[in-house]
Design a protein around this ligand. Structure first.
Ligand code: HSE
Length: 291
């Protein structure tokens, strides 16, 4: 039996819609695999009751199919579904690494990205690699149609996960079809600033570069309490705040010394409006690990 831990991720980072992603130190999914004549999946952990175990309806089943690697697959969910923290991507990335090793397929982490993304298509209707890429490769990733690039960034973050759900399909439904040239120019500037910030491990540049006037404002309307929580995090010292993935998770970038206060401020702001929330004080971290 092989075991793989694959981390939660945060995609978009505001200005990098469908392009940017980061691996988070915590939470993570753990997947165990052993060879079998046909694929069978069992799931425990956070939100497991909402995830189908039928391989035809499960992201991990799609990965097993794509690798022609039937197995008994046990998934222990640390990343809650519909969180904006790349829950299905963490399982898909873990399964891709585990099954690639179990069947000696010899694929590189980069080659596993499109395979793990196949699983994402089952959940969101489209194959996005912006969560599976950082979960597989770690650090900060830039995904385009043809390529993935990666930087081993070290940036402290708070990932705040409220007890509410936003489906990726709904969150994609509010994305506008077009944008003004002015907004596109602003967003390119911000995305570029963010990228430089990642290469310099500079939370100020990363935070500033997360601003986005095109997609994020439409999505914040789907998250109860977003504006209050963002304000509270910024007052507590966050250098930038945005929606994590499709939401409802909220990501705050910060300096290490402000992390605890920011996490407390975000939890308090959600509690003030009657919403429970869990705040992960973590950092941009490593990708999937095979044990
Ligand atoms: N980039 C995707 C989105 C991430 O924001 O819709 C979720 O799969």
């Amino acid at each position: 039996m092989l075991t793989v831990r694959a981390p939660a991720t945060s995609a978009n980072l505001g200005s990098g819609f469908d392009v940017f992603g980061v691996a988070l130190g915590t939470p993570a999914d753990v997947v165990r695999v052993e060879r079998a004549p046909e694929t069978r999946i069992s799931i425990t952990g956070a939100g497991s009751q909402y995830i189908p175990e039928d391989p035809k309806q499960n992201t991990v089943g799609a990965v097993a199919d794509a690798l022609d690697a039937p197995a008994h697959i046990k998934i222990d969910k640390g990343v809650r579904p519909s969180s904006g923290l790349g829950s299905s991507a963490a399982s898909a990335a873990a399964a891709a690494v585990a099954l690639n090793a179990l069947y000696d397929r010899g694929l590189s982490r980069e080659e596993l990205v499109p395979i793990a993304a196949e699983g994402e298509a089952l959940v969101s209707g489209e194959a996005h690699a912006d969560n599976v890429a950082p979960s597989l490769l770690g650090g900060f990733t830039v995904v385009t149609d043809d390529d993935v690039t990666q930087v081993d960034a070290q940036i402290p973050v708070v990932a705040c996960l409220p007890e509410q759900s936003v489906s990726t399909r709904d969150a994609r439904g509010v994305v506008p079809d077009s944008a003004t040239l002015e907004d596109v120019v602003d967003t390119v500037g911000n995305a570029s600033t963010l990228t430089v910030g990642m290469t310099r491990n500079d939370p100020e540049l990363v935070g500033r570069g997360m601003n986005d006037a095109i997609v994020t404002p439409r999505r914040t309307a789907l998250i109860d309490g977003y504006d209050d929580v963002r304000e509270a995090a910024l007052e507590a010292g966050a250098t930038g705040v945005t929606v994590s993935g499709a939401g409802p998770g909220i990501l705050a970038v910060c300096h290490q010394q402000d992390q605890r206060e920011i996490a407390g401020a975000m939890v308090d702001a959600f509690e003030d409006i009657g919403i429970d929330c869990r705040a992960y004080q973590t950092h941009v971290g490593e990708g999937a690990r095979l044990y």
